[in-house]
Ligand binder design. Structure first.
Ligand code: DGL
Length: 289
């Protein structure tokens, strides 16, 4: 639901206030795979992670629903003082980012910024392929949006992009079943399917926050010349570049190395699932958006 004007006024007041944490938003725990890499490269900033686990997964939801949920999350993070929000979720980046940037930001907090994970990833794709044939593994929502196909065609028009929706992978990981026999069955199924679509693929992009956990399993089913590309390190690198070019945002990002984890679901459940993505234990807090 759209926020009412008193909240917008609060957010606008915060535009010029003291430095705040960088917001990192995901539909659930998966975005921790992105945050982990961002913190490795940029440990001195403060971060406020928000996972909308109560309404996860986003990958099978409609454009309108993902947009509404993402807008609510971005609004909440702005309200909590974040000058910059990273949509660490591919599905949210595909279905909500552009509308929020073009339609909502001016109204919500014109001096703040919202960035996604698709643009920074696609900018670097050329470096990974010799054959100029790339495979995208993603949620049904991201595949349906065609965001990767459109963005890659901008930066590297000579690259052929083939997509594969992997609807079972996120639920398998969320239920810690991805290493089971049944989990491996679905890994092999989607990998065989995409490799059949284009025999010249030499790079597969893991275009979903959860998929880096599947690297050992996926590696069993692909020839050794095919590279597996994870986004976390790419996004972190691009964020560092962005902050070095945008002093007006960088100066508003707090630097005391603190991280807070918020979830719209049960905090203990989130903290436990976070173990899948983070080596260190985390303590999450529950909130409503
Ligand atoms: N975080 C989502 C993404 O990267 C995957 C989980 C979901 O479907 O919500 O697309």
């Amino acid at each position: 639901m759209r926020r009412k004007s008193p909240l917008l006024m609060i957010i606008k007041d915060k535009n010029n206030s003291a430095p705040g944490p960088i917001g990192v938003f995901d539909s659930g725990v998966g975005g921790l795979s992105i945050l982990k890499e961002i913190r490795t490269l940029l440990p001195y900033y403060d971060y406020l992670y928000l996972g909308d686990s109560a309404r996860s997964p986003y990958g099978t939801r409609s454009f309108e629903t993902v947009y509404q949920y993402t807008l609510e999350a971005v609004t909440a993070l702005f309200q909590m003082g974040c000058p910059l929000v990273i949509l660490a979720c591919n599905t949210a980046s595909a279905k909500a980012l552009r509308t929020i940037q073009q339609q909502d930001l001016q109204r919500l907090a014109p001096n703040n910024r919202v960035l996604g994970v698709i643009r920074p990833t696609t900018e670097t794709m050329s470096a990974y392929t010799q054959t100029r044939h790339i495979g995208i593994l993603a949620t049904p929502g991201t595949v349906k949006s065609d965001s990767y196909v459109i963005e890659i065609s901008r930066f590297a028009p000579n690259i052929k992009v083939v997509q594969q929706a992997c609807p079972m992978w996120v639920p398998l990981i969320e239920n810690n079943e991805h290493l089971s026999e049944g989990g491996l069955y679905f890994v092999e199924k989607y990998i065989q399917s995409i490799l059949k679509k284009d025999k010249d693929i030499d790079a597969l992009l893991l275009a979903c926050t959860h998929y880096p956990l599947l690297i050992p399993s996926i590696s069993k089913f692909i020839p050794s010349h095919i590279k597996l590309i994870s986004q976390g390190a790419i996004v972190a690198q691009k964020l560092r570049d962005y902050l070095s070019r945008h002093n007006e945002i960088d100066n508003r990002c707090k630097r005391s190395g603190q991280v807070r984890y918020l979830t719209t679901e049960d905090a203990a459940d989130f903290s436990e699932k976070a173990h899948l993505f983070m080596e260190e234990p985390i303590v999450a807090e529950s909130m409503q958006i």
